[in-house]
Design a protein around this ligand. Structure first.
Ligand code: SF4
Length: 308
């Protein structure tokens, strides 16, 4: 009952589009920018609004963590002017006496992991937003030309930060896109890296768009055929061996050893040692387990067939 009331309360927060372009609406895809600007697509649901609100609390928490770590943060929510656009800065951070733009993002496990691996490549919107902020009248006036995108994984609170510098060439492309929209041009769908994660992908392409940007390909047809043949033999061999073992086990029964044709079948009792985690925790406590627990990264390889 409480949850339904909270979702309904958040649902009431729906606002009509202001008609003004803001950096958070801008995408490297002009059509997506246009749709964000004109309020096309489904408005956020109550739960999505709760998540957006949660972002503000998460941002505050990240700021607190940075301050606790000794960094000075100023100009929270400073209004920025970027041509016809208006935005608000998360803040400025001073590191070794130099002032940088600070943008905070809390992320889900998937978002956090991918961002750590591939940076702005998987979050092009973050790049657009931060570059536009660096291009603002206010930050250029005070000479801030680089910044940190500080993010954390929402569940574990693990932090990660990415340094970036102003890229005037990139920003000028965005400014041209914005000007063309303001001049009344309506863009058409154009396949780009944003499509696989874009909420308009079905409307634009009529089907899911697969992200191949992090996928590397190669061709070794002979080795692939060999692997498939070998794997099939291995599977067939395992089935034959399993069936024979079941028959030998039945013959062995409660005897210690038996000769079956030219095979000797023995009953053996291998002893395997190890520590029971449950018993350890019962005896010494969970904190003691954490003190002796070691994890090792072991490189392995998995080969799977895929449908092409
Ligand atoms: S699906 Fe692709 S082309 Fe369509 S609006 Fe999104 S990013 Fe642009």
């Amino acid at each position: 009952m409480l949850s339904e009331a909270v979702i309904a309360g958040a649902d009431k927060l729906r606002r009509e589009p202001s008609g003004r372009l803001s950096p958070y609406m801008i995408s490297s895809c002009a059509l997506r920018t246009y749709k964000n600007w004109k309020g096309k697509g489904d408005p956020p649901t109550g739960v999505q609004r709760l998540r957006m609100n949660d972002g503000h609390y998460q941002e505050q928490e990240m700021m607190d963590d940075l301050v606790r770590a000794g960094f000075e943060i100023t100009d929270r929510q400073l209004p920025l002017h970027i041509g016809p656009m208006r935005g608000r800065l998360d803040g400025l951070i001073t590191v070794d006496s130099k002032v940088y733009l600070l943008e905070c993002k809390a992320m889900s496990l998937t978002g956090y992991t991918k961002f750590k691996q591939r940076g702005f490549g998987v979050q092009p919107g973050f790049r657009v937003q931060t570059q536009l902020y660096l291009a603002s009248d206010e930050l250029r006036k005070i000479g801030v030309d680089s910044g940190f995108l500080y993010c954390k994984h929402k569940d574990t609170c693990s932090p990660f930060d990415l340094f970036f510098e102003r890229d005037p060439e990139f920003t000028s492309g965005i400014e041209k896109q914005v000007q063309s929209l303001l001049d009344g041009k309506v863009p058409v769908p154009s396949r780009c890296p944003v499509c696989p994660v874009c909420p308009h992908r079905l409307e634009c392409w009529g089907a899911e768009v697969v992200d191949f940007s992090g996928v590397h390909t190669a061709s070794l047809p002979e080795m692939v055929a060999q692997w498939k043949t070998g794997t099939a033999h291995k599977q067939m061999g395992k089935e034959l061996v399993d069936e024979s073992r079941a028959a030998f086990k039945a013959e062995l029964g409660d005897k210690d050893v038996i000769f079956i044709d030219d095979l000797k079948v023995l009953k053996i009792f291998p002893v395997r040692g190890g520590i029971s985690e449950t018993k350890f925790v019962e005896k010494y406590g969970a904190a003691a387990l954490a003190g002796v627990w070691e994890e090792k990264r072991i490189e392995q390889m998995r080969v799977q067939e895929v449908e092409l």
